[in-house]
Each structure stands twice: as structure tokens, then as C-alpha cells.
Write a protein that binds this ligand. Sequence first.
Ligand SMILES: C[S@@+](CC[C@H](N)C(=O)[O-])C[C@H]1O[C@@H](n2cnc3c(N)ncnc32)[C@H](O)[C@@H]1O
Length: 289
Amino acid sequence: MNYRHQFHAGNFADVVKHYLLLRVLHALQRKDKGLLYLDTHAGRGTYDLARAAHGDTLERQPEWPAGIGRLWSAPNLPAGLQDYIGLVRTYDRQQGNLEAAPRFYPGSPRLVSGLLRPQDRMALCERQPDECQALRAALGRTPRCLIREEDGYQALRALLPPPERRALVLIDPPYESQREFDDIVNAVEAGLRRLPGGTFLIWYPLTLRARVDEFFDRLQTLELPPTAVAELAVAGEDSALKLRGCGLVVLNPPWQLADEITPVLGLLAGLLAQGTGADGSWRWLVPER
Ligand SMILES: C[S@@+](CC[C@H](N)C(=O)[O-])C[C@H]1O[C@@H](n2cnc3c(N)ncnc32)[C@H](O)[C@@H]1O
């Protein structure tokens, strides 16, 4: 396993994922009842963007300038995007950055940890030992936070259903394995069996359209609850970019999320474009009943 999120932290894909994650969490927290946040592929929780330019042996082009860098000082953003940028800014300052440009970027566990209510819990899974060690250093003292160095797909089976009977599950794998889509479909099937009303967010890369459509087809062989796809392409299909976009499949999206998210995806397509044909869209795989 070679994947290190460090090199990608704060890129356009993180922006879309983290913005959407926070909106979904916010919507679920409108109800008082507590919930479990389960991050099956948690990463190290905190990233130093200054280190993203250095690989093990090679200099790399950092990805964050075309992601969080584009939004950092953008004026007149909608309230939900401002909330997300505000959290990143606060974290960056807390970590000691005094410069105008961002330096420290919070991963999904860190973003969520600051928003947990006393009745909420979080469980974070990270299989890579050194990444998990860093995660423990970053979040090990967070109240009601369980950190597990193990396969997130197995943990999902062990941790669902939670006693709260409410959960937000983020499945955010690195897609290094040929089996990743199979593993996701199997895990979603197991997850829905255990908690049919759970909200699942599955991040996917937009590389080949056909590959992504095949993934959706396979998901649709399951008995899905209302399910939507929020997608952002930073360039059109003829782009030479290796990663020309990404998306999140949202199972059981909170009520009215679509109304809020759809215009913001369009706005993000403009802000994060890397070529012609950038586009943001929300569509239903299984419509709300
Ligand atoms: C895309 S990163 C996660 C980023 C994080 N969710 C965020 O948004 O800040 C994927 C992580 O999953 C870890 N990983 C890979 N396979 C895993 C598995 N089967 N179970 C748990 N973690 C895994 C990798 O080591 C990597 O740190």
C-alpha cells in the first residue's frame, strides 16, 4: 500500500468531500438524537501542506493550490462554504500558521471532531500503522472517539448498527486496489442490512466515465434507499488530467440537501475548473419517495 493522503490534502477532491460531509452532518444534527460518525478510511487527521511538495524522493507539484487555495480568499461564498473555510482557517491558525496562505489542513476526522455534540460519538479506522499512529497523536484525546487500526470495511460490519440507531458513514478509500469497488458494494450491502436508515457517503474518483457508471450499476443491484450522486468535474471528458473530477454517492441524504448543494456544486465547478467542460451536478440514482 503506497497511498499517502499527505500529497493530496486540500486538493479539489478534498474540498468537495469535506464541504459535503459538513453539510450532511449539519443537517443530521438538526435532530437532537445522538449519532455515530464512522470514518472507514480516516487517514492521519491532520496535514502539513508545506510537506505535500516533497515525496519520498521526488519534488511534487502540490495539489492544494488548485483546491483550498482557490477558495481561501474568494469573496461572497454561500454560507455553507464559508462554514467549511472558516473551520479550516481556524484550524490552520490554531496550528500556528501566521502566513496569508494556508499551511495546515484538517482531514475528515479532525473536521468532524470539533462538531461532535455530547450525545454523538465517532469511530475512525485507518489500516496503515504509521498513519494510524499519527491519527492517534492528533485525535487520541478526543472524548467519545474510538480509533481502530484495522480494515474499515470489517470495522463497518462490527460497528453497525450503533446503539444510537443513527449513523453517518464516510467511505473514502484510496482506490489502489482492483477490488475497491467490489469491497465498497459488499460493505454497503452489509451496512444497509444492519442500519437501513443510515446515511452513507462514498467518495469516488472520476477517471473513466464508464467505470463510474459500472459502479453505479452495481450499487443499484442492491436494495437502495433514496440515493443521490453529487459530482464535480474540473475538466471535460477529453481532458488529459489523471483525475478530472470526483463525486460522492449519498445514501439516505438528509431532507432538502439537494436544494442546498446543487447550486454550490455549480459554483465550485467555476472556482475549481482546470480546463474546459468543468461541471457540478446532483442527480438521483434512487429518488426520494
Ligand atoms: C483518501 S485517504 C482518507 C482521507 C480522509 N478520509 C480525509 O478526508 O481526510 C484513505 C486512507 O485509507 C487508508 N486505507 C486504505 N485501505 C484501508 C482499509 N481497507 N481500511 C482502513 N483504511 C484504509 C489509507 O492508508 C489512507 O490513509
